[in-house]
Structures are given as structure tokens and as C-alpha cells.
Design a protein around this ligand. Structure first.
Ligand SMILES: [Zn+2]
Length: 278
């Protein structure tokens, strides 16, 4: 696995992002007059330590808090390097570290899973981080990309770090742990705060604007809507790509179809074959 960290790039006064590999994840940094907040922590405890050094050198003030936007390895697994600071993340992140796949992921990334640490300030809905002359609001708008997405809002700068609720460099990652039906509502929480000049920093890729966010919200909503419609028409998962009208490419849709069908089946919505009348 190739680890690397690009230099922090200034987005707005006192706000930066750096891209960490593997996975091309955006790491956010917000500095105020007395302290700085780091948003996401990279893919390993060692990468977290490297990030910590780079962030403190860039911010010019001490790091006073860290946020993990959700449970995926590229955002979460560097958190151990910050355990002496207040570290925030959704409360579901604690249980997420117990999942079976974590051992395998840690081994692939080259470290033992017992080096991982959960957030020491688990949160349910919202927290405020005081950085002196500015503050950052940490908010969970509901389930979406995962069960525990938290965004970081910098009100004075009109800038929001969205985690993987939005992605620019690829279609949004709609994995088995996403909540497709609820995801658009989580994005509505963000969109309700967005003005024309607001900058949205996605989990992966370049910063985007309001129009991009509205569009991606509609696309995610369309995936769920199409699957629901096709199930109503009696179309099975294996026939759904050909039968549907999709906002994303074939590979993205082929990957999400079994997940979407399973999530709708859990709501009691399954394709029913019509009886042929002889
Ligand atoms: Zn993710």
C-alpha cells in the first residue's frame, strides 16, 4: 500500500486541505487565533502522526481538536496519533472498530488493529469547537454515506467539509454500509446552510459549489427512486441495469444494485412476478 501526503493547500484564509494516499482522501485544517482543528486523519496511525506534524507546521497554532467524518479507514485509522487531544466522531464509530473487516483492513494497511483508537468525544448530533476568533460546528445530519457522517461547518468562512456525503473525483461511494434512502435528507441538512459563494470540500476530489451538491443529491436520490420503481414493475436485480435510467456509469450502478435491492427488501419491497392468466 502506497502512503503519501501532499502539502496543505490554502482554500480560504486559515483553512487548508491536503490530499493523502491511498484513496486520495481530503484532510481538512481550520485555524483560528488560539488553535486549529484537523478534519480526518488518514489511513494509518503512522500517517496520522505525519499529518499531525504537517498540520501544526501549517496552522501556526496548536491543534486543539480532531474530527473524524465517518468510519472508513482512509478517514479514521490515523486517529490514534491524536488520542491526547479531544477527538470527535459520531458515536457509531466506536462499534465500527469492532467489525470483522477491521482486522483485515489493518493488515492490508500494514499495522495491527489494536493500534486503532475510537474518538474520545463521541457525539450524537452536534458539537462546537472554539478556535479563538472563529468556531467550527460539527453536525450529524442523519445517516447517508454511512450511519455516522459528521460534517464540519466554518460559518465565518462560508465553508463546509462534507466528508464522503459528497465526492467530486468519482461517483459517491454507495457501499453496503450506506443508507441510500436517507442520504438525500442528510444532504438537505447541508444544502440548507449553503449560499451562492459557499465552498463545499468533499471527502475526495476538488472543492465544489452549491450546484454540484444539488446535482449529486438528485443523482443519489434517483438511484433509490429507480430501484424502487423497478421493484414495483417486478424487475429483478440482475435485469435492473438494462431496464433502468441511471445517473452513474455501469460499474457504479452494478455495484450498488444488490445493495439497493437488499435495502428495499428490508422495507418489504421485493419484485413480485405477476401470475400469467391462462
Ligand atoms: Zn467513505
Amino acid at each position: 500500500m502506497q502512503f503519501s501526503l501532499a502539502p496543505f493547500e490554502l482554500l480560504r484564509p486559515g483553512i487548508w486541505r491536503a490530499v493523502a494516499q491511498p484513496a486520495g482522501v481530503n484532510i481538512g485544517l481550520v485555524a483560528g487565533s488560539t488553535g486549529a482543528l484537523l478534519i480526518d486523519t488518514g489511513s494509518s496511525p503512522d500517517q496520522g502522526a505525519e499529518l499531525r506534524q504537517a498540520a501544526e507546521a501549517t496552522a501556526g497554532v496548536p491543534l486543539v481538536a480532531v474530527l473524524v467524518t465517518h468510519s472508513h479507514f482512509d478517514h479514521y485509522y490515523g486517529l490514534a496519533a491524536f488520542d491526547d487531544l479531544p477527538t470527535y466522531g459520531h458515536e457509531s464509530l466506536i462499534a465500527a472498530l469492532d467489525a470483522d473487516q477491521v482486522t483485515e483492513e489493518a493488515a492490508e494497511l500494514g499495522f495491527a488493529r489494536d493500534r486503532l483508537r475510537p474518538p474520545n468525544r463521541p457525539m450524537a448530533l452536534a458539537r462546537m469547537v472554539d478556535l479563538g476568533d472563529r468556531h467550527v460546528e460539527l453536525v450529524h445530519f442523519g445517516r447517508g454515506h454511512t450511519a455516522g457522517d459528521v460534517v464540519a461547518i466554518v460559518p465565518d468562512a462560508q465553508l463546509i467539509f462534507t466528508g464522503d456525503l459528497l465526492e467530486q473525483s468519482a461517483p459517491p461511494a454507495m457501499g453496503p454500509d450506506c443508507h441510500l434512502k436517507e442520504w438525500p435528507a442528510a444532504l438537505d441538512g447541508i444544502l440548507g446552510l449553503v449560499k451562492e459563494d459557499t465552498l463545499l470540500v468533499p471527502g475526495h476530489g476538488d472543492p465544489v459549489d452549491r450546484v454540484f451538491a444539488f446535482t449529486q443529491r438528485a443523482e443519489i436520490s434517483a438511484v433509490y427512486g429507480q430501484v424502487e420503481y423497478l421493484i414495483g414493475q417486478g424487475v429483478k436485480a440482475e435485469d435492473a441495469f438494462a431496464a433502468g435510467d441511471w445517473p452513474f456509469d455501469h460499474d457504479t450502478i452494478a455495484a450498488v444494485l444488490p445493495i439497493a435491492y437488499a435495502q428495499l427488501a428490508a422495507e418489504g419491497k421485493v419484485p413480485r412476478t405477476q401470475l400469467r392468466l391462462l
